[in-house]
Write a protein that binds this ligand. Structure first.
Ligand code: NAD
Ligand code: MG
Length: 294
């Protein structure tokens, strides 16, 4: 019989060392390195032959989704910023070790032409597109609203919101009936923090986009859902996402008393992409260690 584990004590539960990197950060330089399922995720052929594009697939939550998809039998294209090449190469190795195709498509989602072409490039390289995971995100904390520069405001909205719209518009050329769109939103879209005002606004905008698109695309047989993570140990948090003084106890005020690891979200991305979710659309799944989303 398999051992039953206490979720409080699964994965890393000690204090984190303070550590800071410039945006967007490299997870291969983090201590501890986030667990994205390289060894801890086991596939069950739930996405055999599917083709998926995952933005922000080099690290963190997107990497966990990309790795799980490959382990479930899908080919996977990932997008990331060129500074993140070393993280992306690691993901490529894991996908290829599963015998699946890995397509690396670096580029900046603030560039509308790039964001639009990305979808077509991915579909071309994989000969189709069944699953679109829009997960790339920017989060820069500011303790005083007056310190949110216009540049930060525009970048955060462009990456987190506008690129979702641009990419979905293009993806409709490729997504078949049975296709699935998944957007990584956040608990911040439900319970905004004082220091993440601009970011939280983008995460609420994503919530509303998910619900609008689920209604519009139901007729085509395309499902649209979201995932709303709570505090997950990723590069986003140590590259301007949180003040350094919040790093040691990051995630420890959740009911489960610790930060989540990216792999703990992987099964939900797989479920939402798979036919097991045939009657699930327009929903947002909280994966928060117990913090309420409502
Ligand atoms: P991460 O830093 O590992 O991933 C974010 C990715 O976004 C980066 O790897 C980068 O490739 C991509 N990105 C950022 N700016 C980009 C740009 N201009 N062009 C192209 N790609 C760009 O961190 P993560 O926490 O895994 O973030 C993934 C998603 O999860 C984000 O949407 C984030 O808002 C959301 N989220 C994270 C947490 C958390 O606690 N980590 C909580 C809630 C929501
Ligand atoms: Mg990254």
């Amino acid at each position: 019989m398999a051992e039953l584990n206490n979720p409080k004590h699964m994965f890393y539960e000690d204090k984190f060392e303070k550590q800071e990197q410039p945006y967007p950060g490299l997870q291969n330089k983090m201590e501890p390195v986030p667990d994205c399922g390289e060894k801890s995720y086991t596939g069950h052929s739930r996405l055999e032959g599917r083709k998926a594009l995952v933005t922000g697939g080099d690290s963190g939550i997107g990497r966990a989704a990309a790795i799980a998809y490959a382990k479930e039998g899908a080919d996977v294209a990932i997008n990331y910023l060129s500074d993140e090449e070393s993280d992306a190469q690691e993901v490529k190795s894991v996908i290829e070790a599963e015998g699946r195709k890995a397509v690396l498509l670096p580029g900046d989602l603030r560039d509308e032409d790039f964001a639009r072409n990305l979808v077509h490039d991915a579909a071309k390289a994989m000969d189709g597109l069944d699953i679109l995971v829009m997960n790339a995100g920017m989060q820069q904390y500011q303790k005083d609203v007056r310190d949110i520069s216009t540049e930060q405001l525009k970048d955060t909205f462009t990456i987190n919101v506008f690129s979702n719209v641009w990419m979905l518009q293009e993806a409709l050329e490729h997504l078949p009936s049975g296709g699935s769109v998944i957007i990584t939103t956040s608990i911040q879209g439900f319970s905004p923090s004082d220091i993440l005002a601009d970011y939280a606004m983008t995460k609420s905008a994503q919530r509303s986009f998910i619900i609008s698109m689920a209604q519009q695309l139901g007729e085509k047989g395309i499902r649209v859902n979201g995932v709303a993570p709570g505090p997950i140990w990723t590069a986003l948090q140590i590259s301007g996402g949180q003040p350094q003084e919040s790093i040691p106890e990051f995630g420890q005020t959740t009911p489960l008393g610790r930060a989540g690891q990216p792999v703990e979200l992987a099964d939900t991305y797989v479920l939402l992409a798979s036919e097991s979710a045939s009657y699930i659309t327009g929903q947002i799944y909280g994966i928060t260690g117990g913090m309420p989303i409502n």
